[in-house]
Design a protein around this ligand. Structure first.
Ligand SMILES: [Zn+2]
Length: 125
């Protein structure tokens, strides 16, 4: 497996097809009207997965790829998940994450007030 990662050419945005750029706060396309952006300290990653998003993950998500995470920790519970990112049918957020559980299950409650689980299980929408 060869890794050919050039900073100049991270990938292209799944929505507008423009190059994904790396900036101080994260990664995104910065095309007016598209503005797809994933922050380095992405709230969903921190709150749900308990860690920061990595550059390859952010780029793949922006490109519309699905990421299979084995042995992920979802709110402290072990699970295998497929994570993707895209336009949500929700007026509060323009873009959001979609989680498909391969092993493990969606935590049943939302005690800490995060709305991240609103977007889980993209199949239901
Ligand atoms: Zn874009």
């Amino acid at each position: 497996m060869s890794v050919n990662s050039r900073k100049k050419d991270l990938g292209t945005c799944q929505f507008c097809g423009e190059p994904i750029k790396e900036v101080r706060c994260g990664w995104g396309c910065f095309t007016p009207g598209c503005d797809a952006l994933i922050y380095r300290d992405d709230r969903f990653f921190l709150k749900v997965l308990g860690r920061k998003v990595t550059r390859p993950e952010a780029v793949r998500l922006l490109m519309g790829d699905c990421i299979h995470m084995r042995d992920a920790s979802v709110k402290g519970k072990p699970a295998d998940i497929e994570l993707s990112w895209g336009i949500k049918d929700d007026p509060r957020f323009r873009y959001g994450y979609f989680i498909k559980f391969i092993r493990g299950s969606k935590p049943n409650s939302d005690k800490d007030g995060t709305s991240a689980f609103d977007v889980l299980n993209g199949e239901s929408s």
